[in-house]
Ligand binder design. Structure first.
Ligand code: BG6
Ligand code: MG
Length: 212
């Protein structure tokens, strides 16, 4: 049914979404901004500076200069990178590794479609970077999700049409991007509630049944 599966990274392949949460919480506490799971959900799939703007808007903080915002976004990334230092292959769920292997074994191409500029570093830490046929991430796009660019680029790298590819996402913005780009999608967590999501995933392994 599908020739390729394009995976979001944070919150789909691995649990780095919780590292993003910790890093933003650290920054929010420093500047007296409110931060919780609901606000964090709005940051899924959204780039660094846009994420900061969402946090500031939620607390009505509007006096920061572009330089101050850049400083805070950089500080968040430094904290996040520090958390990544401790990542190792054991942090990858068995079910994820097994599913990636099974997809490859049945001839499905697999790619990463992530807004993150740290995607390759994470894949190296997990020792799965060589499994992917293409990696499209924050370093090769001009527009973050919900713009479909990151997925369109991944499909181009794979040489597969969007209509023959399935996107796997945990973010509302990611399902929106998939939908705008003409991709079907499988949603986990928050992403399941998007009206355009094609499949609602309860378990990662259910992907095998969907693509066959
Ligand atoms: C996404 C995460 O994968 O990457 C977002 O879901 C994050 O929470 C985004 O903000 C971009 O990351 P960065 O810091 O590399 O711009
Ligand atoms: Mg995600």
């Amino acid at each position: 049914m599908y020739q390729a599966v394009i995976f979001d990274l944070d919150g789909v392949i691995c649990h780095t979404d919780s590292y993003h949460y910790k890093a933003w919480k650290f920054i929010a506490d420093k500047i007296g901004a409110t931060f919780n799971e609901t606000i964090n959900g709005k940051l899924r799939g959204v780039g660094r500076l846009d994420s900061l703007d969402i946090i500031l808007k939620e607390s009505g903080i509007c006096h920061l200069s572009p330089n101050e915002k850049a400083f805070l976004a950089e500080a968040k990334n430094d904290y996040y990178l520090h958390l990544l230092d401790y990542m190792a292959p054991q942090d990858l769920d068995e079910s994820v590794l097994r599913t990636l292997r099974d997809l490859k074994n049945i001839g499905i191409k697999i790619a990463i479609g992530s807004s993150s500029k740290n995607a390759k570093r994470i894949l190296e830490k997990l020792e799965i970077i060589n499994m992917f046929d293409a990696i499209s991430d924050g370093t090769n796009i001009s527009h973050a999700k919900p713009n479909p660019e990151v997925f369109t680029k991944a499909a181009e790298m794979l040489g597969v049409l969007p209509s023959c590819s399935l996107v796997v996402e945990d973010a509302i913005s990611g399902v929106e991007a998939a939908s705008r780009g003409g991709f079907d999608s499988a949603g986990l967590g928050d992403a399941k509630s998007h009206p355009n999501v094609t499949f609602q995933l309860s378990n990662f392994e259910d992907l095998i049944g969907i693509v066959r």
